[in-house]
Every structure is written in structure tokens, then in C-alpha cells.
Design a protein around this ligand. Structure first.
Ligand code: FAD
Length: 344
């Protein structure tokens, strides 16, 4: 966890959303000489293409006959990298307020504060929020021993880990730490799912079977119904009460529960920011992609206008026009000569 900041970070541009359109917005701002801070609720960039169809081919991105959702995000990150944006991942923007000097103060749910001249909302269908297990006993351990969709870089040394989930993302997480069990020092890894079927590609399932056979990974069918606490350490979770398919409850040792139950988008606070909306989407001026608030621009799936198509290529076009529209607002004195990357 980052330490909550008290002093705001001052900047020219903040992009809300690191989906494909938010990332391309950063690139277009970079071409205009504008450095951007990028905030996303998720721990990794990529938005819908990564979260919802990471391994599926996309066929209609110009110049890329076929590209998977994950590969598109990787290529966009590479394209953006020369402009060195500052990423604030796993931060959900919860408040946006206009300041007396016309700038905007953004606050995230983890206490990060940004003060910016312009905002670019590329929030797609909303902030992706991990689904939780409906077990009240887990709540006191959230953020310490119960983590939702943590990054794969999490330090798991000396931990007894249970991964709860039955999809590709859950299996990927379990495989990653079980495969490197010797080097990352994890004590044990159990994949827990309420059914005996994991929805994942054949290669991952074969890998899972091999790791289960060698004892590096344990697969268990059941649902978390409660926790057990260490004797003398009431604040620490020592195990999980698991209800099995036979209706019996058993205790599974665990001092770290990784919850991978999928994610769902939430429009959330965005609807309270006083911006004009129609059918839960932001309305924009299609010359500049400015919203009803001067200095706040919006692009991608979050916007609506006559003829709008929720396509990646439409979002890319919108991001280019938003950058051209915002540049004179951010730098009123600066003349804009750039139009083609080939000649600039
Ligand atoms: P998103 O990809 O939704 O990204 C928005 C990001 O903003 C998310 O990461 C979210 O966490 C973040 N966010 C939102 N609110 C906040 C907040 N308050 N604070 C912090 N972060 C926030 N399009 C095509 O062109 N071709 C296809 O073949 C295609 N196939 C598709 C297949 C499926 C199954 C689906 C669901 C969509 C498909 N699409 C396709 C549509 C395409 O994925 C979207 O048009 C595209 O992802 C929109 O990009 P975006 O950046 O606007 O939004």
C-alpha cells in the first residue's frame, strides 16, 4: 500500500482510466508536449481488453490484422513509454472538484490527491471493482490477509496461500506462485473453487494437473464460510473454514487468502461530478471532446454522441481530437504546429 499523500501532486493533465483509450490519450497528449498522470482502479493497465478478453483475438484495430487484448495493451504501453507518464494503479478516483483558480482536485479512495489543469475521463464502463466473497468474518482481514486481485509481484514468502476462484485469472495466479514455489519461498498454494471445474485454457489446465501431481499445488472443492484465528493472536487469520460438496466443514490452514472471484464495473462517483450525462454516459462536444465542464474532456466507451460506436478505433480518434482540443486550454500561449508524427 502507498502512504496516503497529503500535499496534492500538481500536474497539467490527469487521465482517469488506463484502458486502451486512456493509454492512447496519454500518447496523444505526449505528442502535444503534455505530461500526464494516469489513474486506474485496477492493479494493471489495459481495461476491458485485458480484463474481459485478454487472450481473445481482436480483428478490427487498424494496422494490426489480429491482436489479443493483452498484446494490444502491451503495445500501447510501449507506444506511450517515451512520454514517461506517471501511473497510479489500484487507485479509484472517488472525488473531483473544481478549485477557485479553475484547476481540478482529484482524490482517490486510497488518499492520493492530484491538482491538475485538465482532466481526461477514459473511464469506459466504469471502475473495475473486484467481487468479494459474501463472508463477513473475512472483512477484518481485508487489505492484510485477504487480498482481492493483488498484483502477481506480491511477496508471498513464508505464506500459506489459498487462491479462491475458478476462472483463468484465478488459475494464472495460483500457477504463477506454485510454479516458482522454490524461489518465492511460499509455504503452500491451494486453489479453492466451489465446483470441480476450472474455466481456463487447455494449456493452463495441463500445467495445473502437473503441479497438483507433483504436490506443488493443491486443488480443493469448497466454499469459504468462516475463518479461524491463531491462539494468542486474535488479530491474525490462521485458517479458513471450508464447506465441502458433502456439506461437511473442514479447516484449511491459510494466512493469506487471494480472492479472484472476477470483477464488475461500477460507474460510482463519476455520476456525482456534475457533468452532463445521457443514459449513464458523458455528453461531449465532438470537436474537442470537452464535457459540459470547461477543462474536463472525455473519450472512449464513457461518452455518447450521435453515431457513437463503442469501438477501440473510435476511442483512438476521440483521444486525438481531445488532445488537440485541450492543448490550447492547457498552454494558451503555445502555438501548435504538430499534425503528423512523420514530419514533427
Ligand atoms: P475500458 O477498456 O473500459 O477501460 C476503462 C478503465 O477505466 C478501466 O480499467 C477502469 O478500471 C478505469 N476506471 C473507470 N472509472 C475509474 C475511476 N473512477 N477511477 C479509476 N479508474 C477508473 N472493441 C473493438 O474495437 N473490437 C473488438 O473486437 C471488441 N471486442 C470486445 C469484446 C468484448 C467481450 C467486450 C466486452 C468489448 C469488446 N470491444 C471491442 C469493446 C472495447 O473493449 C471497448 O470499446 C474499449 O475497451 C473501450 O476502452 P476504454 O479505454 O474507453 O474503456
Amino acid at each position: 500500500m502507498e502512504t496516503p499523500l497529503t500535499a496534492p501532486i500538481e500536474t497539467d493533465a490527469v487521465v482517469i482510466g488506463a484502458g486502451p483509450v486512456g493509454l492512447y490519450q496519454v500518447f496523444q497528449l505526449g505528442l502535444q508536449g503534455i505530461h500526464a498522470h494516469v489513474v486506474d482502479a485496477l492493479a494493471r493497465p489495459g481495461g476491458q481488453p485485458v480484463e474481459l478478453y485478454g487472450d481473445k483475438p481482436i480483428y478490427d484495430v487498424p494496422g494490426l490484422p489480429t491482436v489479443t487484448g493483452q498484446a494490444l495493451a502491451d503495445q500501447l504501453m510501449q507506444q506511450v513509454s517515451p512520454f514517461k507518464p506517471t501511473y497510479h494503479l489500484a487507485h479509484r478516483v472517488s472525488a473531483l472538484a473544481v478549485q477557485p483558480d479553475g484547476r481540478f482536485l482529484l482524490t482517490t479512495h486510497r488518499g492520493l490527491v492530484l491538482l491538475t489543469r485538465a482532466v481526461f475521463i477514459a473511464a469506459g464502463v466504469g471502475a473495475f471493482v473486484p467481487k468479494k466473497l459474501p463472508v463477513p468474518a473475512l472483512v477484518p482481514f481485508e487489505g492484510t490477509q485477504v487480498l482481492h486481485h493483488p498484483p502477481l509481484t506480491l511477496d508471498v514468502a513464508d505464506r500459506t496461500v489459498v487462491v479462491a476462484g475458478g476462472d483463468q485469472a484465478a488459475l494464472d495466479w495460483a500457477l504463477a506462485i506454485a510454479t516458482n514455489r522454490q524461489t518465492n519461498g511460499v509455504c503452500s498454494v491451494t486453489l479453492l473453487h466451489r465446483r470441480d471445474v476450472i474455466q481456463a485454457d487447455a494449456q493452463s489446465l495441463a500445467r495445473m494437473n502437473a503441479l497438483c501431481a507433483s504436490g506443488e499445488l493443491v486443488f480443493k472443492v469448497g466454499q469459504v464460510v468462516g475463518v479461524t484465528q491463531a491462539v494468542g493472536e486474535p488479530a491474525a487469520m490462521a485458517g479458513l473454514q471450508i464447506s465441502g460438496p458433502d456439506g461437511q466443514t473442514v479447516v484449511l490452514n491459510a494466512d493469506l487468502l487471494v480472492v479472484m472471484q472476477g470483477i464488475s464495473p461500477k460507474l460510482g462517483p463519476l455520476t456525482d461530478w456534475g457533468l452532463a450525462m445521457a443514459r449513464k454516459q458523458l455528453t461531449v462536444n465532438t470537436e474537442t471532446f470537452e464535457t459540459s465542464q470547461r477543462g474536463i474532456f472525455a473519450v472512449g466507451d464513457i461518452v455518447t454522441y450521435p453515431g457513437k460506436k463503442k469501438l477501440i478505433l473510435s476511442g483512438f480518434h476521440e483521444a486525438a481530437l481531445a488532445a488537440f482540443g485541450a492543448a490550447p486550454y492547457i498552454f494558451p500561449e503555445k502555438k501548435i504546429h504538430m499534425q503528423y508524427t512523420t514530419t514533427s
